[in-house]
Design a protein around this ligand. Sequence first.
Ligand SMILES: [Zn+2]
Length: 272
Amino acid sequence: MRYYLQDLKWQEVSEYLSRKDLILFPAGSVEQHGQHLPMITDSSWAIDVAESVAAREEVLISPPLPFGWSAHHMAYPGTITLKPETLTQVIMDVCNSLIFHGFKKILILNGHRVANLAPIEIAAAKLRNTTQAYVAVVDLALIVTEEIRQIFESDVGGFGHADEIETSFMLYKHPELVDMTKAGKNISPTISRFSNSFSIPDNALSGNRFFSTPTIEEWRKSTEPYGFKGDASLGTSEKGEKIFKAIVANVIEFIQEINAIEIQSVNKTAPF
Ligand SMILES: [Zn+2]
């Protein structure tokens, strides 16, 4: 079976829809990931997980959305960012197109961890309320919070960007794109539970948290000269394999719950 929607002919899509109504929608980012990981890191998470899940569950995958909300990473060359409202709108237009054709359940796999979540959650909430289709979001870090806590060895501030976890994942899935000679440690002494922006799922932290977004300049200052935050030197392929397999298993468990949901009538409106 071919799993990518864009590889099928329209009759094959129609045939799939006569049997199933779920599709996976990988969403990532094109953003700098330090000197040791490539721009495609977040999109790779989403695409690789989608491919493993699709092969096991025999479900289709929408064309992946490579771009995310990456404004803070504009401090380094190569990053491409959508505005958050554009991201919300693109997700809605893609999903409304899929719903128009008969997909009733869409599972968005977010590989750009926390940053993409708010715009995608807004899209999912609007889609659910306007179409009655089941649209859900899986953040690929948050769905393995417990497993990462077991594997993670970094100190507080270690859950950052292009960190131990992301480096491990890339070492497992795409080692040819990783340069471990540049994978160091960048845990700022100012990072605490009060200043570690985007730190909500930091597994080294406990207690009360809040959320603050850095400006481009603040991000540059806190990550110079590398572009990453955390302890990338602790990344290993073995950790990456454990995390990846846990994500796939948890997404499949969620899909089995979604399969049991009955969606009756769906409002279909093509984006114009
Ligand atoms: Zn990333």
